[in-house]
Design a protein around this ligand. Structure first.
Ligand SMILES: N[C@@H](CCC(=O)N[C@@H](CS)C(=O)NCC(=O)O)C(=O)O
Length: 224
């Protein structure tokens, strides 16, 4: 099987960061291409790969067929099924179920966090003040992390123990948001965010993001 990962502009794409970290951390061979959002290339991508509509998307080519898999969660599940020895999800089934629960919550919720604190890997705002809804999202996330650590990760440093899993990849974009918007965290959460953002694959993604030329005004804020 041959994998081509199609990514939106990295600078604004936490969804892409998740998948990138999984490929890199678990050493799965892939090629990649940036499809800049809201350009002719993006329209062409949607025509070529209907019904895929958003990015990231994974184009999987095997001897007899080509298939596009879109949505970061379904891409990660596909990789988990096709690379079972990689332990992309925690190997213990209770921990795996818990990891999926918190990732699915992350995947489908946190509307305030997403809209008020969009991923922006080039910026570092020092005087951002979260509103009440965003603050509630942040507090809920912190309570989930504390719960996972307490229940499943006595040995740390990752959410489900000593090994990096899909759960950590899912929360790397949150860590990036906390850094961009200078959110004050307790010692444990700060250490966890630092750990995620110092992962080799995250550093590489952020460095590549910083070289990108595109600017999307609706993801840029006029604050310090
Ligand atoms: N649930 C999707 C969300 C993906 C998403 O929102 N992608 C953004 C780029 S980071 C996108 O494609 N936006 C363009 C659009 O919605 O038209 C996933 O996990 O992959």
């Amino acid at each position: 099987m041959n994998y081509e990962l199609l990514l939106a502009n990295r600078v604004y794409s936490g969804w892409g960061l998740r998948v990138w970290m999984i490929f890199e951390h678990f050493d799965i061979r892939f090629e990649h291409r940036i499809v800049p959002l809201y350009t002719d290339e993006f329209s062409q991508y949607k025509r070529d790969h209907f019904p895929a509509r958003q990015l990231p998307a994974l184009v999987v080519t095997s001897d007899d067929r080509q298939q596009v898999i879109w949505d970061s969660l379904s891409i990660i599940e596909f990789l988990h099924e096709n690379h079972p020895s990689a332990d992309i999800w925690p190997s213990n089934s209770n921990a795996r179920a818990a990891a999926r629960s918190i990732c699915c919550e992350m995947h489908s919720g946190y509307k305030a966090l997403r809209s008020k604190m969009p991923v922006n890997l080039k910026q570092h705002y020092k005087s951002f003040e979260p509103d009440a809804e965003t603050r509630a999202d942040i507090e809920r996330l912190q309570s989930l992390w504390a719960w996972a650590r307490n229940e499943f990760s006595s040995q740390g440093p990752y959410l489900f123990g000593k090994q990096f899993t899909a759960a950590d990849a899912f929360f790397a974009p949150v860590a990036a948001r906390f850094r961009t918007y200078s959110i004050n965290l307790n010692e444990h959460d700060q250490a966890y965010c630092d750990l995620l953002l110092s992962h080799k694959s995250a550093i590489e993604y952020v460095n590549l993001a910083k070289t990108e030329p595109w600017v999307l005004d609706h993801n840029e804020f006029n604050i310090d």
